[in-house]
Design a protein around this ligand. Structure first.
Ligand code: UD1
Ligand code: CA
Length: 501
């Protein structure tokens, strides 16, 4: 069939009353894609020219759709929401020159390309004036019922159904293909319902009464579910999510407790990867091959290289992680983080806007923000980059093979040179030259026999004089080695001396 002769009209002007939310239902996401974008993308894939009818929150929906760069789509505004028939009437100018008009509710995100093609093709083959989709459903509540009498169809909306009609399980799906000339001649003939609306499905009764050819196409209910309530949104999302999980299973991805996992529509996962319980994979995330994602981790708009392990309860956003990397448990890569291959990020480490070169490690209780960390660097536990003075952000550079001691406060802007060391417990305010040792901490002083003085009465064995001398010398730095430190910034021990450290 030549789809160039077909105009698609998508109805999305409704008030979303049954959602009971401030926001229009069209803007709610299903697996990371706003609901209205599902039928739009499906129609776009078929190469159909589209008119989107907007009303309630039209500015927000229009802005969203425009940002998605859809091919061949125009907008019509229905100022007052007087029903689906009125909405189609508002778009009358947009279908001039087209042979057939495909009309669809905008709240059916599960509709497939195949069904639309089937509808268009059968419409043409049967030379019908009007074709519509119907479905059988166990609980038809809220749908218009398809009532057939002596070969004539009528759609009765739920609020207008009598008791007998309420029992009908065949519903009007909300997808129609109509000959444009016939539509133009009849759209104005729809009369107001008792509730003051113009019902589009009344056209089915009108076509039936005029003895024109009407084609009914029965389709699976799941494909044409309407979304009028938050519960129906949840149903639709469950179906979409299951589709994605089943697809990735078929591509060699193992899911632990699959029913607890969330996957967005644009996520890609490499074969051999393991996705743990409760993992959320969001946005444009790409997971490599043979990865392990531990339970309850969240990865959003990020790329994870092959053979990488994300331990449980980690959160990764807008970041790129290399191959054979370890992250977490309880780690957070907040934004624009780039981790090279074989990097190890441990528990309670938060990283933002930072690049870390291959083989580097930061394994415990650390914040790295606006930093550039080279290769084979070790960041000690409890290190904090102080990147923000309350007004501006500053950069910390830690070059290849540097060793940052534990509990360091790195006051940016700062450069720690290649192979340099910083002493544990330091506040580093100045650059440390390559190969050097930066120490920035107050010297410890030991007060001898403090506890005895404090407790007064406590009897303890007096120390021998020689023992007192040696302890005092050590405490006051009176030895000849008083200014010498080993590479961790500790006072040199005899062993250090022997090892020439
Ligand atoms: C509609 C059908 C019903 C069918 C069901 C299938 C009518 C009157 N009823 O009911 O027979 O079984 O879909 O899901 O059509 N809209 C406008 N302007 C308006 C009113 C609605 O653009 O003035 C849009 C809505 O945004 C929505 C679509 O039309 O996308 C359908 O409207 P909705 O109120 O959801 O109709 P249903 O009660 O679901
Ligand atoms: Ca609906």
């Amino acid at each position: 069939m030549n789809f160039a002769k077909v105009k698609a009209i998508l109805l999305a002007a409704g008030k979303s009353t049954r959602f009971k939310t401030r926001k229009s239902k069209m803007l709610f996401s299903i697996c990371g894609r706003p609901m209205i974008m599902y039928p739009i993308r499906t129609l776009e894939e078929l190469g159909l020219s589209m008119t989107l009818i907007l009303g309630h929150q039209s500015d927000q929906i229009k802005a969203l759709v425009e940002s998605e760069n859809v091919k061949d789509l125009s907008f019509v505004i229905q100022k007052e929401q007087l029903g689906t028939g009125h909405a189609v009437h508002c778009a009358i100018d947009s279908w001039q020159g087209f042979e057939d008009i495909l009309i669809m509710n905008g709240d059916m995100p599960l509709i497939t390309k195949e069904l639309i093609c089937e509808a268009l093709e059968k419409h043409e083959q049967s030379r019908a004036v009007l074709t519509f989709l119907s479905a059988m459903v166990l609980d038809p509540t809220s749908y218009g019922r398809v009532v057939e009498l002596d070969g004539k169809f009528t759609i009765v909306e739920e609020k207008d159904c009598n008791l007998e009609q309420l029992q009908v399980n065949k519903i009007n799906a909300g997808v129609y293909v109509i000959n444009s000339k016939w539509l133009e001649a009849n759209i104005e003939k729809i009369s107001k319902s008792p509730s003051g609306e113009y019902y589009l499905p009344d056209l089915i009764k009108m076509a039936s009464e005029q003895d024109t050819i009407i084609k009914e196409i029965p389709v699976p209910y799941d494909d044409v579910r309407g979304v009028n309530t938050l519960q129906e949104l949840w149903n639709a999302e469950q179906i979409k999510r299951s589709e994605f999980i089943k697809y990735w299973m078929s591509q060699g991805v193992r899911f632990e407790l699959a029913q607890s996992i969330h996957i967005d529509i644009n996520v890609k996962i490499g074969a051999g990867s393991f996705i743990g319980t409760g993992v959320h994979l969001l946005g444009n995330t790409v997971i490599g091959e043979e990865c392990f994602l531990g339970a309850f981790s969240i990865v959003e708009n990020s790329k994870i290289g092959d053979e990488t392990t994300i331990h449980s309860h980690s959160v990764i956003q807008d970041s790129v992680v290399g191959t054979s990397v370890h992250v977490g448990p309880f780690a957070r890569l907040r934004h624009n983080v780039k981790l090279g291959n074989n990097v190890e990020i441990g528990n309670f480490v938060e990283i933002k806007n930072t690049q870390i070169g291959e083989n580097s490690k930061s394994k415990h209780l650390t914040y790295l923000g606006d930093a550039e960390v080279g290769k084979s660097v070790n960041i000690g536990a409890g290190t904090i980059t102080c990147n923000y003075d309350g007004v501006n952000k500053f950069k910390t550079e830690i070059e290849d093979e540097a060793f940052v001691g534990s509990n360091n406060t790195l006051i940016a802007p700062l450069n720690i040179g290649k192979g340099a060391y910083t002493a544990g417990g330091s506040t580093i305010t100045h650059d440390v030259p390559a190969g050097g040792l930066g120490i920035g901490r107050s010297r410890q002083e030991n007060k001898l026999e403090y506890s005895q003085k404090l407790l007064g009465k406590k009897k303890s064995k007096p120390l021998a004089n020689s023992e007192i001398d040696s302890r005092e010398n050590e405490a006051q730095g009176d030895s000849e080695n008083k200014t010498e430190f080993n590479f961790r910034g500790a006072i040199k021990t005899n062993t250090d001396k022997q090892n020439n450290l």
